[in-house]
Design a protein around this ligand. Structure first.
Ligand code: GRF
Length: 217
């Protein structure tokens, strides 16, 4: 029997390999995560197919059908809240969110980003890490606040940059780490261990370091 479940809605725009990692992890008997729905702004996103294959409800909402960001985000909130999630998980959702949206889900909105934040907010993170000559790279899970890719960090996975790395090879190795740390963070939240406090992310009641919980290699 599952412990008391935590309903989660996942938002994505693309392939959904992080969604798959979450689906796989949620299948473990002792995991309280229940993915109630997957919503995409792109009807053709492969992530929606992954959800359907797992028997999860899907919805799509085309941002191009709306006048502006606020109108789209308001409709998105309505769609999400039908499922009454305790947590909303961004898994490659390629939209900048309005302040109203972020405030509505304050403390229950997580994102994963393919860099060691605060480095390389935004796009092309692997290329930027290589161009900068970084010896370490990785990915970060964070609570979402109004500052783009700037909310309190929950967990980071660090990998070494190798001599012959390309943006593609680096992206592949970072992805493997994403699939490890995102289910971990979502599960912490679902178990009631992770929350957002006044001063940052809390794990088991303790304020996490500025970089979040750190995992190396
Ligand atoms: C990941 O690299 C994630 O860090 C970023 O979007 C990408 C989504 O990949 N936010 P996938 O669709 O989960 O494969």
């Amino acid at each position: 029997m599952k412990p008391q479940t935590c309903d989660v809605v996942v938002l994505l725009s693309g392939t959904g390999s992080n969604l798959q990692a979450l689906i796989d992890d949620a299948q473990q008997a002792d995991n309280p995560v229940r993915i109630r729905a997957v919503i995409s702004n792109r009807a053709e996103a492969y992530g929606l197919q992954r959800a359907r294959d797992a028997g999860i409800d899907t919805r799509s909402l085309d941002h191009k059908a709306f006048e502006g960001r606020e109108a789209f985000d308001a409709a998105l909130i309505e769609l999400i809240d039908v499922f009454e999630p305790k947590l909303v998980v961004l898994a490659g959702f390629m939209r900048i969110l309005s302040a109203d949206f972020v405030r509505h889900y304050q403390g229950r909105l997580l994102n994963i980003h393919p860099s060691l934040l605060p480095k390389y907010k935004g796009l092309h993170t692997h290329q930027r890490a290589l161009e900068a000559g970084d010896t370490d790279h990785g990915c970060s899970v964070h609570f979402v606040t109004e500052e783009l890719d700037g909310g309190p960090l929950v967990v980071q996975a660090v990998i070494p940059v190798e001599l012959h790395d390309t943006p593609h090879s680096l992206a592949q190795r970072v992805h493997v780490r994403e699939h490890l740390i995102y289910p971990m963070a979502v599960r912490w939240f679902a178990e009631g261990r992770l929350s957002l406090g006044e001063e940052g992310a809390l794990l088991d009641g303790q304020l996490l370091a500025a970089c979040g919980h750190l995992i190396r290699n």
